[in-house]
Design a binder for this molecule. Structure first.
Ligand SMILES: Cc1cc2nc3c(=O)[nH]c(=O)nc-3n(C[C@H](O)[C@H](O)[C@H](O)COP(=O)(O)OP(=O)(O)OC[C@H]3O[C@@H](n4cnc5c(N)ncnc54)[C@H](O)[C@@H]3O)c2cc1C
Ligand code: SF4
Length: 506
């Protein structure tokens, strides 16, 4: 076992009891940030994580194999509505950061102002300066820096070229990597150990300060006694029951899907728990160039177009294994065979949408049951984003673009055809192959108990000592990649929790 793991749940066959000041459920960006801050402040900390530790040497190139090993539900989680939309989550020590694209964004000021406009009390709970200071800390620890051209690879450089030609603001993506060689495998786990996911940064710091990480332990509920959270209870992968008592606090950092599920499973469903799920559904488009692009190589996601953020559209180069591209090439029979032969000439770019839709999360038999229906406005955004992606490909010099939309031309060769997508393309969600990777707002923080689940101190209104630290507490989606903001908010949660402890001692 590595230095990171104190107890591997696969080896726990008998009942296991432990105790700590702070018990944290989930070891992703949110849980790791709380663990680090609490452990460094002298609190004893136990982190309970359902997934297992994953080492660079274990990561494989195959997307399917990686999903089976590192993603929840083997990567098959679905949100149901008029169109089923897959949503992806990691399940490992380090959470989704182990398989994410290493993109970093601070919470944009306009997004923050929008939150405070809706609930002025948030300015006090999440002061902008404190949030910015926490983001600075996160970025420094994660070594966040713009992607270097030397490792970007053609797909990212071509996106830059397209955006430049269209006059859209764009930039190399700011990534949390050190020694990246541009192998394009961030979403399968970095085999070079170059991505500073939280298992290679914040969790290491937490463990160095005395935190204990129990992997392979699924928390099933929080035990509440006398209106106060006193323990996290669950089972180890080896079959043993696990109970970790919390002297000060239980912190839920299990993600915007699993945190509300845990609350409800614990009988803590008062208020809009699990309601209001917000996300960034993504659309993607494929283009073919004269030259080889090798979409699966280069920094996985190394360039982004920021100039349409005010419309709720953010474009990024995409990367996964070659199967991603293979699944997107058009044609049947001989045409398909020809396209597969020149697979290296295809690139896939995507756009994340700041959707206004609000869904619902419930747990059924321990699994998430998610309802999510995009609004007509969201669908217009999806259609526009598809047109923008086509325009970018054409401006970058692509010979052909394949929007992959039933009801739109199979092949787009000029800007007029691209514009026709926005004017008359489908507005039915079933026409779009979307997926979601950023999830928010299922147990919101706020001053109004009817519209929020946690108070301004991050504590559940229904149970003292029960803190929520992940993007469940966000009042809305952000329109940008959320991991830095999640860690910063979790850091503030930890500071609040520690201050509360000091108040209790005094
Ligand atoms: C493919 C992909 C790419 C992404 N790329 C980016 C990116 O480039 N930049 C960015 O900012 N964001 C990205 N994201 C999103 C980002 O990774 C997440 O928003 C972030 O990891 C969420 O942090 P979290 O701590 O709330 O949850 P998670 O990271 O999901 O961690 C939660 C952890 O809790 C554990 N857990 C859940 N339930 C239980 C339970 N009952 N008992 C014990 N443990 C439990 C889970 O196994 C998991 O490990 C990406 C997401 C995906 C899926
Ligand atoms: S692009 Fe490759 S080397 Fe760079 S961080 Fe991602 S997986 Fe690691």
């Amino acid at each position: 076992m590595s230095a990171l793991i104190h107890t591997d749940g696969r080896q726990v066959r008998q009942a296991l009891h432990a105790e700590a000041d702070v018990v944290i459920v989930g070891s992703g960006p949110a849980g790791a940030a709380v663990a680090r801050e609490c452990a460094r402040s002298g609190a004893t900390v136990v982190v309970l994580e359902e997934g297992h530790e994953a080492q660079p040497k274990d990561f494989v190139e195959s997307g399917l194999a990686s999903m089976a090993r590192l993603y929840r539900d083997l990567g098959t989680s679905l949100a149901f509505g008029p169109a089923p939309i897959p949503f992806l989550q990691g399940r490992a020590v380090g959470g989704t950061s182990v398989v994410n694209g290493a993109i970093n964004w601070r919470l944009p000021r306009d997004v923050y102002d929008g939150w405070v406009q809706r609930d002025g009390a948030l300015a006090e709970a999440l002061p902008y300066q404190a949030l910015a200071a926490a983001e600075e800390l996160v970025e420094t620890r994660l070594g966040v820096a713009p992607t270097e051209a030397a490792v970007a690879g053609p797909k990212n450089l071509l996106l830059a070229k397209g955006a430049e030609a269209l006059g859209l603001a764009h930039r190399p993506i700011r990534r949390n990597v050190r020694g990246c060689v541009g192998s394009g495998r961030c979403l399968q786990g970095c085999p070079h150990g170059a991505k500073l996911s939280v298992d290679r940064s914040f969790l290491l710091d937490a463990v160095a300060a005395g935190a204990r990480v129990f992997s392979g332990v699924t928390v099933e509920r929080v035990r509440v006694e006398g209106g106060r959270a006193v323990a996290a209870v669950g089972r180890a992968a080896g079959g043993g029951r696990v109970e970790v008592r919390a002297r000060r606090a239980v912190v839920l950092a299990a993600s915007a899907i699993q945190t509300p599920m845990l609350l409800r499973a614990s009988g803590l469903g008062r208020g809009p728990v699990g309601d209001g799920l917000m996300a960034h559904p993504g659309v993607s488009v494929t283009g073919r160039f004269t030259q080889a692009v090798h979409n699966h190589l280069g920094a996985t996601q190394g360039h982004e177009v920021t100039g349409l953020r005010h419309e709720g559209i953010k474009v990024e180069a995409l990367g996964f294994d070659v199967a991603l591209v293979a699944s997107r090439v058009p044609g049947v029979g001989r045409d398909l065979a020809r396209n597969v032969e020149r697979l290296s000439h295809f690139a896939v770019w995507g756009a994340a949408l700041k959707a206004e839709a609000q869904g619902r999360v419930r747990g059924v038999g321990g699994r998430a049951w998610v309802r999510y229906a995009l609004t007509p406005l969201d669908m217009k955004k999806a259609r526009r984003a598809t047109r923008v992606l086509a325009d970018l490909f054409l401006a970058a010099g692509a010979l052909e673009v394949y929007p992959g939309l039933p009801g739109a031309p199979e092949v787009v060769r000029d800007a007029q055809q691209a514009a026709a997508i926005e004017a008359g393309g489908p507005l039915d969600a079933r026409a779009y192959a979307m997926s979601m990777t950023h999830l928010f707002a299922t147990a919101r923080m706020g001053s109004d108990p009817a519209r929020s689940v946690v108070g301004l101190d991050f504590q559940l209104r229904e149970a003292r000592g029960l803190y929520l630290a992940d993007s469940s507490v966000f009042p809305a989606n952000t329109g940008v990649n959320p991991q830095v903001a999640i860690m910063a908010v979790a850091h503030l949660c930890a500071r609040g929790l520690l201050a509360e402890r000091l108040r209790a001692v005094a």
